[in-house]
Design a protein around this ligand. Structure first.
Ligand code: N01
Length: 491
């Protein structure tokens, strides 16, 4: 049992949770605890270990702004390196010892009398804290398609985010379901070892080449010697990605240019016109996440790889059947089918003021102010909450803006002697209206596709920030006192 002296409870030890813990230490707020469901830090970079797993944002930008790393081996560092970077940060900034592993939050209740969060873990332990911060992320609960007969399958079957390295793919019939960001990274790696690989595609993606290369030692040395140079490089990366946002927000000219580049790439890489047609999306460039890969198209054209575009209708003991009745053998089944990205705080019961249920409140409003705070849930903050994902730039920039915002909130509470702060319902409504207006014209909502950014039932987009990183930073720079109710011991 953690005493109430632990002011802040952070849930999750990925980029968001660790970044938050480090920021609290830097702000002199030492009274915090991090709980983590896994047995190590790293979040998504600990979980995703499939062959070829790497970041699709350049590493010099996909890292903390306060800990630039001159040692990145490549433009797009592989997963083990990113994971190692995070572990190093946890140690370097003295937060590793503050993480309690194998501790998953199951329930949290706001105790109105005590003005505290009472958290229950999956093991039944109780933890009390004044402030609750979710760093649980959005891409950690695997999505399993409900394929008829999947339970009958006899061979190893696993999700890309829970890679079974003992499955033994050599010379076997391997079925990969999905052609999203994970699949296009893992297929080129496993295709050479599989006997035959069947790639089941429901919707093709727009793909651009990945300009990946090793970073030369002399550049690593320069970056280490002159940190300003590294900052300059990072700034260049930032702006070259940031300008692309205009296309996503509705600039047709930029969308057309993007589409032209992707079409040219596809034409250059794939000679067979039938295969090219099967790999060509029928929706606007950017509607689904634009993927980057320089080896996926090559892998699909290997003689032992078959792209299957008919929908799967049944999984049998050792095969997959598609519409039309074709049955293809399968010894191993790999689900590269993504995550339940629109289901916030999946598997957690959160009860706010007056016992209101977070999931019910969410269904009614579908917004969180700046993606961070929600009315009815005092002293509760989300990192990488709704509508703060990005399609065009490094999401770490969003996480860091949120962390700064939360620290400002906590400082204000401390300075003024408040017990808690709670978002005013009208601030939440205003922000929700703004989001809906902004999203309406974006390619994500009007580009003619259905994507994991959208809620499967309503088609609404609770995932993406409909603006630039610069605009988000501007909005989160200051905590506007008027957006919140500030609660004292007596009111
Ligand atoms: O998941 P996805 P992902 N039958 O949802 C298909 C991040 N990430 O794990 O498009 C057949 O993109 C589905 O088809 P459709 C990144 O943000 C980051 O690949 O829905 N297919 C789709 O093709 C990324 O965007 C990195 O029609 C089925 C695929 O499965 C996010 O994670 C690296 C199906 C799922 O693709 C998710 O990527 C990797 C069915 N029944 C991932 N059901 C970085 O480098 C689903 N599909 C930072």
């Amino acid at each position: 049992m953690v005493g109430t002296s632990d002011n802040v409870l952070i849930v999750g030890a990925g980029f968001a949770g660790l970044g938050m813990a480090i920021a609290l230490r830097k702000a002199g707020m030492e009274s915090f605890l991090v709980i983590e469901k896994g047995d190590d830090v790293g979040g998504t970079w600990r979980d995703n270990r499939y062959p070829g797993c790497a970041c699709d944002i350049p590493s010099h930008l996909y890292s903390f702004s306060f800990d630039l790393n001159p040692e990145w081996s490549r433009m797009y560092a592989p997963q083990p390196e990113i994971w190692e970077y995070l572990r190093r940060c946890a140690k370097r900034y003295g937060v590793l010892g503050r993480v309690r592993f194998r501790t998953a939050m199951q329930e949290a209740r706001w105790d109105e009398d005590q003005r505290l969060w009472e958290v229950t873990t999956r093991d039944g332990e109780r933890i009390r804290a004044r402030v609750l911060i979710s760093g649980m992320g959005a891409l950690h609960v695997p999505r399993w398609p409900d394929l008829p007969g999947h339970e009958r399958f006899r061979g190893p079957a696993f999700h890309s985010a829970a890679w079974d390295s003992g499955a033994g793919l050599e010379g076997r019939h391997v079925a990969v379901i999905g052609t999203g960001a994970s699949a296009i990274q893992l297929v080129p790696q496993i295709a050479p070892m599989a006997g035959r690989l069947y790639l089941y595609q429901r919707t093709p993606a727009w793909i651009l080449p990945r300009l990946d290369f090793p970073i030369a030692d002399r550049w690593k040395r320069r970056f280490a010697r002159v940190p300003g140079l590294m900052r300059l490089f990072r700034a260049w990366l930032f702006w070259s990605l940031e300008i692309r946002v205009a296309g996503f927000l509705g600039n047709r000219w930029m969308q057309v240019q993007g589409e032209k580049m992707a079409r040219r790439f596809l034409e250059r890489e794939v000679a067979d016109s039938q295969l090219r047609a099967a790999l060509t999306p029928n929706y606007a460039f950017g509607c689904k996440r634009v993927l980057i890969s320089s080896d996926f198209y090559q892998a699909v054209q290997r003689s032992n790889v078959e792209l299957v575009t008919e929908p799967i209708v049944e999984v049998r003991e050792r095969s997959v059947v598609t519409a039309g009745g074709a049955e293809r053998p399968a010894d191993v089944l790999i689900y590269a089918t993504g995550f339940r990205a629109t289901e916030l705080l999946h598997g957690v019961h959160l009860a706010g003021r007056g016992g209101i249920d977070f999931h019910q409140a969410w269904r009614a409003s579908r917004t969180a102010f700046l993606g961070i705070t929600t009315s009815g849930f005092p002293n509760f903050f989300m990192l990488l909450g709704p509508n703060t994902g990005l399609g065009h730039n490094s999401v770490l920039l969003m996480i860091e803006a949120q962390i700064r915002y939360v620290v400002s909130c906590l400082k204000r509470i401390e300075r003024r002697g408040y017990c808690a702060m709670e978002l005013r319902p009208e601030s939440q409504r205003r922000f929700g209206d703004f989001l809906r207006r902004r999203l309406a014209g974006t390619v994500w909502q009007s580009g003619g596709c259905r994507s994991w950014y959208q809620d499967a039932e309503t088609g609404e987009n609770p995932t993406i920030w409909p603006g630039s990183v610069v605009a988000y930073r501007r909005r989160t720079r200051r905590v506007e006192a008027g957006d919140y109710l500030w609660i004292t011991a007596s009111n």
